[in-house]
Design a protein around this ligand. Structure first.
Ligand SMILES: C[S@@+](CC[C@H](N)C(=O)[O-])C[C@H]1O[C@@H](n2cnc3c(N)ncnc32)[C@H](O)[C@@H]1O
Length: 277
């Protein structure tokens, strides 16, 4: 039996999903099971599938049909052109966070970078890889997340330039930085029930929400940032689309200048930037 023969049964397993989404996800999961590049799946649709591969595929599709994200099923997610290992202990790196990377890279190389709440290490590893002279400190309250981030740093050959620190925001952070960057948990408690099951059930709760109004972490980060930044240093944070004005005001009240709110390609506010005098 070929993958092409198997396709109708697999699509039926995902009947609750729009057909185009089901086919896309089945192809991605099949590429994982057959160990071929997802870009080359079309060439492999006529390949024979072993009984073991067929069984594995049915299990993965059943889990996907129960709203487990593809990235968590295959254990990796692409971010800024690199593949990152992801586990249930880390937030799936999102395309929105690539806006934050773009904003950081656009401001020019920073020698000392602090990434608060590193999760999979997507931001810390990407900036270390893009700026080959940067020394990065990556923190998280979750030691399980730090283990995943360490693994990703080794995978992308930047492990020697990233220090991983277990810390409640700035508590265990030493030194002063040219760039402080963060994508903190910013979903308000009241918005949690409205999240897609892929997010609510599979990203760590502590990566999603502050259990309050969604702004708690920005208050802590803006209050503490100045003491950890060099003169001329920058602060860059990802935000939820409605949080721009509130976070910009926090940066202003903290004494930062050149505050800017940046939208994504869809025009939704995604990043707030500020500079120390
Ligand atoms: C939205 S996720 C961002 C993960 C990653 N930086 C990314 O952009 O994909 C927020 C991260 O903050 C971490 N976090 C939550 N509370 C924290 C705290 N009090 N101190 C440090 N990190 C915290 C979570 O464990 C999670 O990894």
């Amino acid at each position: 039996m070929t993958l092409q023969d198997l396709m109708p049964a697999l699509v039926r397993q995902m009947a609750a999903f729009p057909r185009a989404d089901a086919v896309r996800d089945i192809r991605r999961l099949a590429a994982h099971v057959l160990q071929v590049s997802p870009d080359r799946m079309t060439l492999h649709m006529g390949d024979d599938v072993t009984a073991g591969q067929k069984a594995q595929l049915h299990v993965l599709i059943a889990r996907r049909a129960a709203h487990e994200p593809v990235s968590k099923l295959i254990g990796q997610r692409a971010f800024w052109g690199r593949d990152f290992a992801v586990t249930p202990d880390v937030l799936d790196p999102r395309p929105e966070t690539e806006c934050l990377i773009e904003a950081c890279l656009g401001a020019g190389p920073a020698a000392r970078v602090l990434d608060l709440g590193t999760g999979s290490g997507a931001i810390a590893v990407t900036l270390a890889a893009e700026w080959d002279a940067a020394a990065v400190t990556a923190t998280d309250l979750s030691h399980a997340a730090l283990d995943v981030a360490r693994q990703n740093a080794v995978r992308h050959d930047v492990g020697a330039r990233i220090e991983f620190v277990g810390s409640d925001w700035f508590d265990a952070v030493d030194g002063c930085y040219d760039l402080i960057v963060s994508n903190p948990p910013y979903i308000a408690l009241a918005e949690m029930t409205g999240l897609a099951p892929e997010v609510r059930g599979h990203d760590p709760r502590m990566a999603l929400t502050d259990e309050a109004d969604g702004l708690t972490c920005y208050r802590i980060i803006c209050d503490g940032a100045l003491a950890k930044m060099v003169s001329g240093g920058r602060l860059a944070v990802e935000i939820g689309p409605t949080q721009g004005d509130a976070v910009a005001l926090m940066m202003q009240e903290a004494g930062l200048v050149e505050i800017e709110i940046r939208p994504d390609l869809d025009g939704r506010n995604r990043v707030v930037l500020g500079r120390n005098r």
